[in-house]
Design a protein around this ligand. Structure first.
Ligand SMILES: CC(=O)SCCNC(=O)CCNC(=O)[C@H](O)C(C)(C)COP(=O)(O)OP(=O)(O)OC[C@H]1O[C@@H](n2cnc3c(N)ncnc32)[C@H](O)[C@@H]1OP(=O)(O)O
Length: 404
């Protein structure tokens, strides 16, 4: 088998092979926006060919930026379009492509990669761990009266306006608002300009028909939007994008104010989002569809650990196994006045863990103690899990709603 980067000339073969791997006919529109493949960069696409030269497998990466806890923006390879023809499965094609891809990312100097997994059992073996989660909130509109906030003094009522636009009328507004949001939200990915330009991906980036409620501050500057569609009495919100809780509330009030709608579905909320608590009737909203979203794979542990901010000062020793790459490292993470340093050590570890579990902890979406209790991470002394929890505790849960 031969694995090599695609060229512009064989991008069609690449797309054809992905379609066959996913059971899609090439002429059928791709779910969520037929132009999605057009966002691929040929030189980041891998094509695996069998000995007879026939294409049998594909894998690609997008060049994204990921927001880390504390706000650092780092390059993140977004793995996508992974597929092997049904005739060639379970013969090690994916394993070989993953090896090739991870080596290539390291050569490019990238220190982490991310992906959305079609099936959860696939990627742990390659060192990926689920790192962000998302929840769907289904709201019975007629029960969803907002409670009077109990905080005293009360927070100022949200000021500003909401205007409904068609996607085609939004110009650069969505891209600008999204970009501000993703820089402030740990776990969020950049949406490169060409995605918006090519209308690649899912609404509201794609040309799929959507209403867009744009919120503007009192100076008229857009500071949030909600993208939604209404069908058969159900209003479905793809995403509500803002950095400001009061603006989120204003947009939620707006979509919940629609007549002739019985149910409002917020498709993607971060775990622990306060919206449900804002209803006078807690049961007005039903959480469901809890699922993993972004998976993280660290390729250079010390670099990754020093790239993000930490909420506490102190020392933590992590003993990390990376079976897929055949690597092992014991790392002393020291944080002083917010500055992180990470060096090899032979000190007794606080925790021993697989690199996939460190990927799960990295953005703060999973507490170390949870993985200790699950039997996946070993705590070497009674205080180790609590110590690690204090290091990885997020200010806000990481969240990603970019689909790729
Ligand atoms: C980021 C993304 O793009 S997600 C999209 C992933 N692609 C798809 O879901 C499309 C449909 N599926 C496929 O094309 C293929 O089944 C793939 C790509 C998932 C797997 O490709 P294969 O070449 O069959 O995998 P390969 O033979 O290298 O398997 C490696 C290991 O993973 C395991 N594995 C592979 N796929 C799966 C799966 N779907 N569920 C559970 N285990 C799996 C194999 O059993 C094997 O285990 P082992 O090392 O213990 O023997």
């Amino acid at each position: 088998m031969e694995i090599r980067s695609a060229t512009d000339e064989d991008l069609d073969v690449f797309v054809d092979t992905v379609h066959a791997a996913f059971g899609l006919f090439p002429e059928a529109p791709v779910d969520g926006g037929g132009l999605w493949w057009s966002a691929l960069d040929a030189d980041r696409c891998l094509l695996a060919r069998a000995a007879d030269g026939r294409p049998v497998g594909t894998a690609a990466t997008h060049a994204f930026e990921l927001t880390l806890p504390g706000g650092a923006l780092v390059p993140a390879a977004g793995v996508t379009a992974v597929g092997v023809l049904p005739t060639h499965r379970r013969q090690g094609v994916l394993r070989a492509m993953m090896r090739h891809q991870l080596a290539g990312l390291r050569e490019r100097g990238e220190f982490l990669s991310v992906l959305l997994a079609s099936e959860a059992p696939i990627y742990g073996r390659y060192g990926y761990g689920p790192a962000t989660y998302t929840t769907r909130l289904t709201v019975a509109r007629h029960k969803a009266a907002f409670a009077v906030p109990r905080a005293r003094p009360a927070l100022p009522a949200p000021a500003g306006t909401v205007e409904v636009l068609r996607r085609s009328e939004c110009g650069e507004i969505l891209e600008e608002v999204y970009d501000r949001y993703r820089r402030a939200q740990p776990g969020a990915l950049s949406r490169p300009h060409r995605w918006w330009r090519l209308r690649a991906g899912q609404a509201p980036v794609s040309a799929a028909p959507r209403y867009i409620a744009v919120h503007r501050d009192t100076g008229g500057v857009p500071d949030g939007y909600a993208s939604y569609a209404v069908e058969s009495g159900t209003l479905t919100v793809d995403e509500t994008i803002t950095t400001d809780d009061a603006v989120f509330t204003a947009l939620a009030r707006f979509v919940l104010g629609h007549d002739l709608v019985s149910t409002v579905v917020f498709k993607h909320l971060p775990p622990g989002h306060p919206l449900r608590r804002q209803f006078a009737d807690l049961r007005a909203g039903e959480a469901g569809g809890d699922t993993d979203w972004l998976w993280v794979r660290l390729l250079d542990v010390p670099r990754a650990l020093t790239a993000r901010d930490w909420p506490v000062d102190g020392e933590l020793v992590l003993d990390v196994e990376d079976p897929f790459l055949g690597e092992h490292g014991r790392h002393l993470l020291t944080v002083r006045d917010g500055e992180a340093d990470c060096v090899p050590t032979d000190r007794e570890p606080d925790l021993s863990l697989d690199v996939s579990d460190l990927g799960s902890l990295y953005l703060g979406g999973t507490a170390p103690s949870t993985l200790v209790r699950a039997g996946h991470v070993r705590a070497h002394h009674p205080d180790a899990a609590a110590l690690a929890d204090a290091f990885f505790r997020p200010e806000r849960p990481p969240h990603c709603l970019h689909w790729f």
